[in-house]
Design a protein around this ligand. Structure first.
Ligand code: ADP
Ligand code: MG
Length: 730
């Protein structure tokens, strides 16, 4: 039973009170087919809205099954509507982007039914309203009469005891109108149908009660057919929408309006690309700064380099090298780390070249040939390098002298161009043999030596007291000395005297004893050691085997170079797990402009943060505009019993779907670039600086935007009543 006692409804608009209807008394029951007529503005719609709980009233009392409703809150009304009322609107209020089936199904999903369970019933309803042929047609493609039939089917699917129809035939031609009224009548048994219409003649034959309104009052309330008026309204069973349904609607809504989908795709993509590219270029700039930094101790300041020693200070074994090489991100490993910091100095009459040393593994060169012996090397550098462009021929023809105790002559036989080099950096690729010789020299130079000749200590005013060189003419234990050292021996005669040598460096200590077999003089120097006497000062020669034993020990310090600079830290951690001490070369660098760089970095970081915030809000407002057009959808959801939470979660799933889809496309794009299927230099360079963490952070920003948007939007549409939102739309 639905009863109005002296109920009045007023509208307040711009300080003026307008009367919807006043002092209406009415009692309606299950089983009635109530027809309301009256001229325009007489208050029919207002009455229907109050009866169906779409609008509140100001005065009097409305009873639902005897229960007072004047204290009802929004939520109480929502509950009332869910249990008792379906509306059929003059302008249908279908979801235009849904098919006939989906529109009808929606009402049942909103009531917690499962998609599969209701399929048969929905199809029956479609048949009942004669739309079998249009089952999969979008509502927007239907004629007015067809739309209204969908609306009726939806009201039936909702299965509430009260069906309220406000001018359901107003927009239809008379044939279609008759049809609709008939269907309404057919379904009215055991329900309370309240209908406002101008089609008086057509509807009178069905009516059990006729109400005529005029100027906000009931002028006539005529019971046409006596029916059992004792029946109470029976609430339908209500359940809230299932999570699966919400997810499904979210997915459907994400894609079923192409223009909205495209706009949202563009927004999400814009945010993603802007964030990723900005972050990457910040990283790139940071890296370049480091590239410009220099270091006094290490010559090779490549940021990809990590220097390794073992935690227990022992030397590296083959097993250690295998373990290191088995890590993912290793570009190459230099067993003797010192090699990385030796520079090769080449000198000829008019040219002076220097650069880092690498062991050659190249089988091809850009210009010239690959080296065939220890005296031949490859040089690598930028095409813009002054030596490698203007002076290429000279370089390839010249004989160079290696600046070293080796006094070798060197020929550059091949050139490799690499434009990642600066215009002044060069790199030399040498034979392993030559690299070993240079390495020994380097270790020798970095070692302290205590030298005793004929039991006397030999001192020097700088560095090591003697220069130790190797000669393959000597056997172990045999020694040559330059004759300037003779003063340390008794009677200036060093021949056959004992020599004791202790070598000490940061890694090890070694000792050597020997006997002097020759003193190098003006006469014999060239013949014995192939060197001018004038060059021999404080020099001793030992056998090659002993020289190797002193200076080419197992390696105590190695370096790896990583492939992906973005994973440098990860690789560092993995190396630590192998019981290694690590030093990332980028951490060992000094930068003269450190202060300025730091400020610059902070400044850029602030800019990025501002960018993110601005972008976030711009996107938010554009999305808000786009979603304004969705008001009718969510109002429809509301009329079907959707709470704020339901609306928010459907929208949230929609936005999450859109963002996920966009992001997957973005990741696909990135991978196509990464695997060179799409060629794009710019992105290819940028993505080197982006790791999983950054990808995750960017997606989290998209997610946050989606969630915020859904909550704000949900709050906004629920600020207004259903009637108001509809009013704005019509
Ligand atoms: P009907 O449906 O019979 O044409 P309505 O119920 O729409 O009549 O309107 C009844 C009266 O209430 C009219 O005078 C109308 O101007 C007024 N009215 C209806 N809706 C509003 C509203 N949203 N704001 C102010 N006045 C309204
Ligand atoms: Mg009206």
């Amino acid at each position: 039973m639905l009863k109005l006692k002296n109920v009045s409804k007023y509208y307040y608009q711009a300080g003026v009170i307008a009367e919807g209807f006043s002092k209406v008394n009415l009692e309606l029951h299950l089983g009635e087919f109530v027809v309301i007529t009256g001229e325009s503005g007489s208050g029919k719609s207002t009455l229907l809205n109050v009866l169906s709980g779409l609008d509140s009233y100001e005065d009097g009392e409305m009873y639902i099954n005897g229960e007072e409703t004047s204290h009802y809150t929004e939520e109480d009304y929502l509950n009332y509507r869910r249990r008792y009322v379906s509306n059929i609107f003059q302008n249908f209020n279908l979801v235009n982007s849904y098919t006939v089936y989906q529109n009808i199904e929606l009402a049942m999903l909103m009531n917690g039914k499962k998609k599969k369970e209701i399929k048969k019933y929905v199809n029956e309803l479609i048949e009942k309203v004669g739309l079998k042929k249009y089952r999969n047609t979008k509502a927007s493609k239907l004629s007015g009469g067809q739309k209204q039939r969908v609306a009726i089917a939806r009201a039936l699917a909702n299965d509430t005891p009260i069906i309220v129809a406000d001018e359901p035939t107003g927009a239809l031609d008379s044939e279609a109108a008759k049809n609709i009224l008939k269907i309404l009548h057919d379904i009215s048994k055991n329900k309370l149908v309240i209908i406002v219409t101008h089609q008086k003649e057509d509807v009178e034959k069905y009516a059990t009660r006729l109400i005529k309104m005029h100027d906000g009052k009931i002028l006539e309330n005529k019971l046409v057919e006596k029916i059992n008026l004792d029946k109470d309204l029976v609430s339908k069973e209500v359940d809230s929408i299932k999570l699966g349904s919400k997810l499904r609607l979210g997915i459907r809504n994400a894609f079923n309006i192409p223009i909205k989908f495209i706009l949202m795709f563009v927004i999400f993509m814009l945010i993603t690309v802007t964030l990723i590219t900005n972050y990457a270029s910040l990283k790139m700039a940071e890296n370049e700064e480091l590239g410009n930094a220099y270091n006094n101790f290490f010559n090779d300041t490549d940021n990809r380099r990590i220097i390794l020693t073992k935690k227990d200070k022992t030397s590296f074994t083959e097993e250690d090298y295998n373990n290191i090489n088995n890590l993912d991100n290793i570009l190459f490993l230099t067993k003797y780390d010192l090699l990385n910091d030796i520079e090769l100095f080449l000198e000829s009459d008019n040219l002076y070249l220097n650069g880092n040393i690498k062991i050659n593994t190249y089988k091809n060169v850009d210009v010239g040939n690959i080296p065939l012996n220890d005296n031949e090397v490859i040089v690598k550098g930028s095409k813009e390098n002054w030596y490698l462009s203007n002076n290429l021929d000279t370089i390839l023809q010249n004989e160079f002298i290696l600046e070293s105790d080796l006094r070798m002559s060197i020929k550059i036989v091949g050139v490799i161009y690499d434009n990642s080099f600066t215009d002044y950096d060069l790199e030399f690729y040498v034979s392993e043999n030559l690299s070993n010789k240079l390495l020994k020299e380097e270790i020798r130079n970095k070692s302290d030596a205590i030298f005793k000749l004929d039991n006397n200590y030999v001192y020097s005013s700088y560095g090591s007291p003697v220069t130790i060189l190797e000669s393959d003419k000597l056997s172990n234990g045999e020694i040559y000395i330059s004759d300037d050292l003779s003063g340390y021996c008794e009677n200036y005669n060093c021949l056959n005297k004992e020599v004791n040598l202790k070598i000490k460096n940061i890694f090890y200590e070694e000792e050597l004893n020997g006997k002097i077999v020759k003193v190098l003089t003006k006469e014999n120097a060239l013949k014995l050691v192939n060197r001018k006497y004038e060059e021999l000062y404080n020099t001793i020669y030992i056998s090659s085997e002993e020289y190797n034993k002193l200076f080419l020990k197992e390696s105590y310090q190695s370096s790896v170079y990583v492939k992906e600079i973005k994973d440098l830290n990860k690789t560092g951690e993995e190396l630590k797990n192998l019981d290694l001490e690590i030093l990332k070369i980028k951490d060992a660098k000094h930068n003269d402009a450190e202060m300025v760089t730091q400020i610059f970095k902070i400044f850029k970081l602030i800019l990025i943060v501002i960018l993110v915030v601005v972008l976030f809000f711009i996107s938010y407002f554009i999305m808000k505009i786009i979603y304004k057009s969705r008001n009718s959808y969510y109002t429809t959801i509301r009329t079907l019993g959707g709470t704020k939470r339901v609306c928010v979660s459907i929208l949230m799933y929609e936005l999450i779907n859109l963002s996920m889809f966009t992001y997957l496309i973005f990741l696909l794009f990135i991978n196509l670039i990464k695997y060179q299927i799409i060629h794009n230099e710019y992105f290819n360079e940028l993505i080197k600086y982006i790791s999983i963490r950054e990808y995750v952070i960017v997606y989290i920003i998209l997610l946050l935007l989606s969630i915020l948007m859904a909550y704000r939007y949900g709050r906004k549409i629920f600020k207004k009543s259903i009637i108001k939102t509809y009013g704005e739309r019509i």
